[in-house]
Design a protein around this ligand. Structure first.
Ligand code: SF4
Length: 215
């Protein structure tokens, strides 16, 4: 039941909002930087940090950059000490592939995911955002919005990240474009409607939503 329902919600969301055109970024490397910088902050703050980095947006350049300078440039994204260390750790790993996005694209997704998760500060959501949005690999990104929205809709959401991901992989055909779009739509709906305090009365999903029906 859950799998059909998850498919149905995709159809509803895409029909209502249309394509979201994610992920914002001029290059795969910029998307990778955005995926690291967006941890625990809003996208507006990430945009300011990316703007500061824009004239340096090459992996070799940021790899060589002095830590103090990097910290200063990414300061608007918050947690800039930790994030500067994460970026440097990511680039240390990326250097092993000559900073070449195409080299990463040739890798098996499971191997690559495992390597990304081995980098200090790169967790499941960041790794999968890099795989899906920077490298066009078919993997579903799970975040707090996904958990909250689908729990409210009435889908039993497992505790472990991989189990939630498996639920979506089972429900939705393996398709990078759909995985890309679906996650973006979940974020859109969660920000506009299914917020921390949900705006159910104006929600087009309310008639099929467990939370609303049983409120
Ligand atoms: S009806 Fe309310 S709880 Fe359900 S999806 Fe819409 S906003 Fe979220």
């Amino acid at each position: 039941m859950s799998t059909d329902f998850i498919q149905c919600i995709y159809e509803e969301l895409i029909g209502f909002y249309g394509p979201q055109g994610w992920w914002p970024g001029d290059s795969p490397f910029e998307v990778m930087m955005g995926a690291i910088l967006t941890q625990n902050t809003s996208w507006t703050n990430v945009e300011k940090a990316l703007e500061n980095l824009s004239s340096y947006m090459e992996p070799q350049v940021i790899y060589m950059m002095d830590m103090d300078k990097l910290r200063k440039l990414i300061r608007p994204s918050g947690f800039y000490n930790i994030k500067a260390r994460r970026i440097k750790a990511f680039l240390e790993w990326f250097k092993g592939y000559n900073f070449c996005v195409n080299e990463l694209g040739k890798m098996d997704i499971t191997t690559l995911r495992g390597e990304l998760l081995g980098i200090s500060g790169i967790g499941n959501e960041t790794a999968d955002s890099i795989l899906l949005y920077a490298l066009d690999m078919p993997i579903f990104v799970i975040d707090a919005y996904t958990r909250r929205m689908f729990s409210r809709l009435g889908v039993p959401i497992p505790k472990e990240y991989e189990d939630v991901q498996k639920l979506f992989h089972t429900a939705i055909e393996k398709n990078t474009a759909i995985y890309n779009e679906y996650h973006a739509l979940i974020v859109r709906h969660s920000k506009e409607c299914c917020r921390k305090k949900p705006a159910c009365n104006g929600c087009f999903l309310k008639n099929i939503c467990d939370f609303y029906i049983h409120a």
